[in-house]
Design a protein around this ligand. Structure first.
Ligand code: ADP
Ligand code: G6P
Length: 489
């Protein structure tokens, strides 16, 4: 039973994700600037501390030359990051194509490409080949850096093929895979031409994790209905091998946000914002500019609210901070112009010479500015059409201890299952319902706001990213111990 005699307190963890927590910008032949990447996966994993972790992934940039690659590898090593170099063609076919034009929309119930996206379907096979090739490149780098005993934790829809590649290298490698998006109903997943191959590859992992119980259940039924395998309460059985499947709801490093609010620069920023909007209630949206976030729907609901409540027109402002993302994918380019068009029209309709109802920023805010903004907000609007979890809603709650603002939250975000009792839940497709909820939130009495806020605050501060990672890794260790015990018996 030597494997029960405790584990090293700091277990070596290889985190493998398409995107590294820092993105690189080239400043010269051999000099690089590193910036923190934006997205829920990065936010959650940056909060994970109790491991001796190394991060393997793509730095978001094409580096064709050896001098550049060597210099970037060195710069990243200081951040415990190891790069996977992907050339332009692979990025085009694997990242822009298969990941973000096929898997991402499908997993968020937006379906496979249709009409003008049909051209993509024709190149489906070459994109899937590129996807597999890219996954193999990630596996090669993992294999190069792997040491016996390491836990290898693969992340997200970009790397569904990775568990299989890793086990082919070394069947004893401890491999976990976690999906940061929803896993859709098996009826949606079965439309994917490569549905079986992807499921089988994921099943090569020892532990497969999702944000919610529903996503885990969808995955198990996809395996039973599409692959004909047996689903059990523990996971999926395949030729005597059990792949454990479970829900591990993610969280944030809530203390980091709470502490930041005490910093002088954040306080100063809050003061400026309060002065700037002293005569208005502040509503806030913070999203990547992605079609799943329901940004046009959110803005149209705000328009409807202003139309129906003329008394609020000069008393409320919507700040929509939307950082551009995946800008080489045509659907995302279309979304940008659509959002600009709607915002322009509404500001033209309800704006005055001195004020506009919507401030739309197409950029990312630094951490301190973001915290200040969350703290001065009266009502946050999260209207995702589908969302794996949505950490923006958690961040808002963490920053609201003194204001106790209201969260309007889509029932289609994973967070609806954890923050549902404190938030006002809405169907983002129902513009009238969202508009009415805005009115309800703005007029909510303080005791109701307080009660709702504390419910959510308790959840956000007790279900942290640290706890999420520890639970996943310990479950992975246990799963492997149990499998070893079974084979010894
Ligand atoms: P997703 O992972 O789909 O982007 P989440 O809501 O889970 O959605 O996570 C988004 C993360 O990115 C959050 O940590 C949020 O603070 C950050 N983020 C999103 N938009 C911006 C922005 N405009 N500026 C700065 N950070 C942003
Ligand atoms: C979501 C995905 C992440 C991704 C992030 C940002 O959170 O689950 O895997 O990193 O969006 O998207 P990007 O394409 O810029 O990495």
């Amino acid at each position: 039973f030597e494997w029960l005699d405790g584990r090293p307190s700091k277990q070596r963890l290889l985190v493998v994700a398409n995107r590294l927590p820092v993105s690189a910008i080239r400043k010269g032949e051999d000099s690089w600037q590193l910036e923190v990447s934006v997205g829920g996966l990065v936010t959650a994993l940056l909060g994970v501390k109790e491991f001796e972790a190394r991060w393997i992934g793509w730095a978001g940039v094409n580096v064709p030359d050896e001098i550049g690659q060597r210099a970037l590898t060195k710069a990243l090593a200081e951040k415990r990051c190891i790069p996977v170099f992907l050339d332009e063609e692979i990025v085009h076919q694997y990242y822009n194509g298969y990941c973000n034009n096929i898997l991402w929309p499908l997993f968020h119930y937006l379906g496979l490409p249709q009409e003008d996206r049909l051209a993509t379907t024709r190149s489906f096979q070459s994109q899937f080949d590129a996807y597999k090739k890219a996954n193999q490149m990630f596996a090669d780098v993992v294999n190069e850096h792997y040491e016996e005993g390491d836990v290898v934790w693969c992340h997200d829809y970009h790397l569904m093929f990775l568990p299989k590649c890793l086990k082919e290298y070394n069947s004893k490698m401890k491999v976990g895979w976690f999906l940061h998006t929803p896993f859709p109903s098996s009826e949606i997943h079965r439309t994917l031409p490569s549905r079986s191959e992807l499921l089988r590859s994921v099943l090569a992992a020892d532990l497969v994790g999702f944000h919610t119980y529903d996503y885990a259940r969808h995955f198990v039924s996809a395996c039973t209905r599409i692959l004909g395998l047996e689903g059990t309460p523990e996971g999926v059985e395949n030729q005597g091998k059990l792949t454990r499947v479970a829900a591990f709801p993610i969280g944030i490093d809530s203390d980091r946000f709470i502490r930041a609010l005490e910093l002088p620069q954040v306080q100063e920023h809050m003061k400026e914002l309060k002065e700037r909007f002293s005569d208005r209630k502040v509503m806030l949206g913070v999203d990547r500019l992605d079609m799943i976030k329901g940004i046009p729907q959110k803005i149209l609901a705000f328009e409807k609210f202003l139309e129906e409540n003329p008394n609020w027109r000069d008393k409320v402002v919507l700040l929509q901070i939307a950082v551009p993302t995946r800008t080489d994918v045509p659907e995302y380019q279309k979304l940008t112009s659509q959002v600009h068009e709607i915002v322009g029209r509404i500001n033209g309709k309800f704006g005055t010479l001195t004020a506009v109802p919507i401030h739309h920023l197409d950029r990312s805010l630094d951490f301190h500015a973001l915290c200040a903004l969350y703290a001065v907000t009266d009502v946050a609007l999260v209207t995702s059409l589908r969302d794996g979890m949505n950490l923006v809603s958690y961040e808002f709650v963490a920053c609201q201890a003194s204001k106790k603002g209201v969260l309007i939250l889509s029932e289609f975000a994973g967070a609806a299952q954890s923050l549902g009792a404190g938030a006002i839940l809405v169907n983002p497709w129902n513009i009238t319902e969202v508009a009415n909820s805005i009115g309800y939130a703005l007029n909510m009495p303080p005791d109701e706001r307080e009660k709702r806020h504390w419910h959510n605050f308790m959840h956000v501060t007790t279900h942290t990213s640290q706890e999420w990672a520890e639970t996943f890794v310990s479950e992975l260790n246990d799963t492997i111990l149990e499998a070893q015990l079974r084979t010894k018996q």
